[in-house]
Design a protein around this ligand. Structure first.
Ligand code: KG4
Ligand code: ZN
Length: 340
């Protein structure tokens, strides 16, 4: 490995693989710029109302070779041009992570290339550094997806700190579980967003938990929505159907304001002018609008990566891998994936 280490510099072509949940993805990064980002999303889970881990692993196995080949082809890169192989080491579904990590290790052995293990959460943050304009430091990032809700403070490219985190459900899960109570199919987040457009966001009030510091908790909100709906449906069985846009708008308004509250507090306390938003929930129109208008009103700048880099994708894994590559942060074949 020593001879490989001495060759490392800023010039590198890396193939990155993402398989932590229900998207099989591969990307090629060359000298810090993304050349391809191919994503195959698994549709097989829709009838189950959530991701079925065993089905996810099998689908990754089916798709990993074609997805990697497509990413190389799109980037016009051949296996012999690669300088390193990167993969998502965690967190995620263990079976899914094993498919990606085993495949990456096999490639690294057969091509005699160094391996880079990427943390999926850090990669979501790294997505901000793919396209221009890139944020300068210090930079505060709200990371919201189906599996994660986090506030991350970056003091420099290589110094990041988690300053707040959810203690139970993620923001995306809160959207999806609320949607399920309203009879909206999984994943319900995008449909809540759509119905909310014609609803009144202040008509119904729901409780959110007061946490210490910048942490979040969504389980109280879930209970508050459930009890409210049960009460109303007892009085009027068609309550949900009759009030769907107002219910969606009010739930969305509650979640967005709750997310914004800690983000604003942290930005003020740490005096941060550069604000990021990442993860699948970054697609939410009200969340984007609220962050952008708050940033504009408070002389801050909002950074929201291109949508293809917000949801799970290997482009962000490649970007984070490039940072690690420049630090010579490589792993060996014994490195194990981690679920949490
Ligand atoms: O990052 P992501 O694609 O995947 C994982 O977390 O694995 O995020 C998916 C989450 C789902 O919970 C989905 O409901 C939510 O993002 N989501 C949205 C919207 N689009 C996606 N939630 C609210 N509004 C949206 N427009
Ligand atoms: Zn993710």
């Amino acid at each position: 490995m020593d001879s490989v280490l001495t060759l490392l510099n800023e010039h590198a072509t890396i193939l990155a693989i993402e398989s932590s949940c229900d998207d099989t993805s591969a990307a090629v990064i060359k000298d810090g710029s993304i050349r391809s980002n191919v994503v195959s999303s698994q549709l097989i889970h829709a009838p189950y109302g959530g991701v079925v881990p065993e089905l996810a692993s099998r689908a990754h196995q089916q798709m990993i070779v074609p997805v990697c080949e497509a990413a190389l082809k799109k980037a016009n890169v051949h296996y012999q041009h690669l300088n390193a192989i990167a993969y998502t080491a965690g967190p995620g579904l263990l079976g899914s992570l094993l498919v990606g990590s085993s495949f990456a290790k096999g490639l690294a052995i057969s091509l005699n290339l160094p391996l880079i293990a990427v943390d999926h959460m850090k990669a979501h943050v790294a997505a901000h550094f793919i396209d221009e304009p890139k944020p300068t430091f210090p930079f505060l990032c709200l990371l919201v997806s189906g599996g994660h809700t986090r506030l991350v403070l970056l003091r420099s490219e290589n110094e990041q700190e988690i300053i707040g985190e959810t203690k139970d459900d993620a923001a995306g899960e809160a959207f999806d579980k609320a949607a399920k109570m309203l009879g909206i199919p999984y994943p319900g987040g995008p449909l809540i967003d759509r119905y909310a457009k014609s609803g009144n966001p202040t008509r119904f009030k729901f409780n959110t938990a007061q946490m210490t510091g910048y942490d979040y908790s969504f389980s109280g909100l879930k209970t508050s929505i459930l009890y409210f709906l049960q009460d109303q449906v007892l009085k009027q069985s068609s309550f949900i159907q009759d009030n769907l846009p107002d219910l969606c708008a009010s739930i969305q308004f509650t979640i967005v304001n709750y997310l914004l509250k800690n983000l604003r507090l942290a930005a003020e306390q740490y005096q941060i002018k550069n604000i990021g938003l990442a993860g699948g929930v970054a697609a939410n129109s009200e969340l984007r609008r609220s962050i952008q208008s708050w940033c504009m009103a408070s002389d801050r700048q909002a950074f929201i990566p291109d949508f293809q880099y917000c949801t799970d994708n290997a482009g962000m894994i490649a970007m984070e891998a490039y940072r690690l590559y420049k630090l010579n942060s490589l792993v060996n074949l014994e490195t194990k994936p981690y679920a949490r």
